[in-house]
Design a protein around this ligand. Structure first.
Ligand code: HGY
Ligand code: MN
Ligand code: MN
Length: 421
């Protein structure tokens, strides 16, 4: 079988499905598909509708990941997908593109009446974003076996609700989430389409690119403890202002990231009591540190923790640090990345691979299966914001490139890739 004889994806249909998803779960304020909420369930209901139109049923594993299979001539299956959940006020494409493109790949095979040379498995990973509990890649880490249930279950959101309790309302027992790993046995590799969420492709004028791997991340909660006092009577020279300690630390993190050629983000800063008439006696900051190299990530983290300690000491505050979550950097499968680059060259007219600074389920899956990804450009490099967008022409090119990658893997002979889990 050659690629030319295989069915081709209807990219316009995939874009129409994305718009329908946006109509149901997005709007001017951005995507509202925060994991474990009604809007997320509604997004998943739409996926269920699309799959049943194709004539494919779906089920959920112990971590709440949704799976759908299309039987082919050979096993193991080629897994394709991404995540339907979004950050609050997120973009319409982050994650959704990969899931609905995966449905498009399945639709093309079913409507052609041809049986795929290998089985296909669609997956919609649960809670990729980790926006609420700070734990990214919930479902894919359970699948890959790195999920730490006792630690993760106790993570709390801003309102003090425990992760274990929240996921239980969706029928997920976090203590049993690792059982999702049983699905690995029938899978040979994993392919994911995603928007870049950064400026590289647009600056280079590329409509699609291959992804060579993902950065590593350390995510920590730093609590500065000072003394709450009256804003009008506590002398400036005798304050123990936890808020200013946190702010000083945040500014220092920026310098560390620049020095180390990584990224450091203070994405959340909460002052308590949080009123204009009191010196903050407590400040909580959530820090996300990223680097492509494990050794450098470690160096950065030590510098960040040192800066937090110094800022606390300067303002006579206490400091408590808690590691929320982390992931080591990872390279994707060489053989599959070559196929991804070929697909880019054939469909999008360019051959380029880049390392992702954004995190993806693929980064977890790559620990147990050969993985490759395709990126579509992001307008202005903006993502995790309602302004996130990609032109229809670029979406079409990237969707067709992903489809070509899937075809290449489906028609490849022998083991799917060099590295076998
Ligand atoms: O955090 C991330 O990089 C991602 O978009 N989930
Ligand atoms: Mn994403
Ligand atoms: Mn995201």
């Amino acid at each position: 079988l050659t690629a030319g004889k295989c069915p081709q994806i209807d990219a316009a249909r995939v874009i129409a499905d994305l718009r329908e998803l946006d109509r149901r779960t997005g709007g001017p304020g951005g995507a509202r598909r925060l994991a474990w909420t009604d809007e997320w369930r509604e997004a998943r209901a739409l996926l269920g509708e699309l799959l049943s139109q194709i004539g494919i049923s779906s089920d959920r594993d112990e971590a709440g990941n949704v799976w759908a299979r299309l039987e082919g001539d050979e096993e193991p299956a080629v897994a394709i997908g991404s995540h339907l959940d979004s950050v609050p006020s997120g973009g319409w494409l982050d994650g959704a593109l990969g899931v609905l493109a995966a449905a498009g790949v399945m639709r093309s095979w079913v409507s052609s009446g041809q049986r795929p040379p290998r089985s296909l498995a669609l997956v919609d990973w649960a809670d990729e974003e980790g926006a609420r509990f700070g734990h990214s890649l919930f479902g894919s880490s359970a699948f890959s076996g790195t999920f730490d249930a006792p630690h993760a279950g106790e993570l709390c959101d801003q309102t003090g609700q425990r992760l274990a309790d929240v996921v239980a309302a969706d029928g997920v027992d976090s203590r049993r989430a690792l059982e999702a790993g049983r699905r690995r046995a029938r899978l040979g590799c994993y392919l994911e389409l995603h928007i870049e969420q950064g400026p590289v492709l647009e600056r280079r004028g590329l409509r699609a690119a291959a992804v060579s791997g993902c950065v590593g991340i350390e995510r920590h909660r730093c609590r500065f403890i000072g003394q709450t006092g009256h804003a009008g009577t506590t002398p400036m020279t005798s304050r123990r202002d936890a808020g200013l300690a946190a702010c000083a630390a945040a500014l220092e993190l920026e310098q560390i990231a620049v020095r180390c050629a990584g990224t450091a983000t203070t994405g959340s800063l909460t002052l308590r009591p949080g009123i204009p008439t009191a010196v903050p006696g407590e400040a909580e900051m959530l820090v996300d540190v990223r680097h492509a190299e494990a050794a450098q990530l470690h160096v950065m983290l030590q510098a960040v923790l040192g800066a937090a300690r110094a800022a606390a000491d300067t303002r006579r505050c206490g400091l408590r640090v808690e590691r929320v979550w982390g992931i080591a950097p990872i390279e994707f499968d060489e053989t599959l990345v070559v196929l991804a680059r070929e697909a880019c060259a054939e469909i999008a007219g360019s051959d380029f691979a880049l390392r992702s600074g954004a995190l993806h389920d693929a980064a977890e899956v790559a620990r147990v299966l050969p993985v490759a990804m395709i990126f579509a450009p992001s307008r202005g490099g903006i993502s995790h914001a309602p302004e996130e967008d990609t032109s229809d022409a670029d979406l079409t090119a990237a969707i067709e490139t992903f489809d070509r990658l899937c075809t290449k893997v489906l028609i490849s002979r022998g083991p799917i890739a060099e590295r076998v889990a």
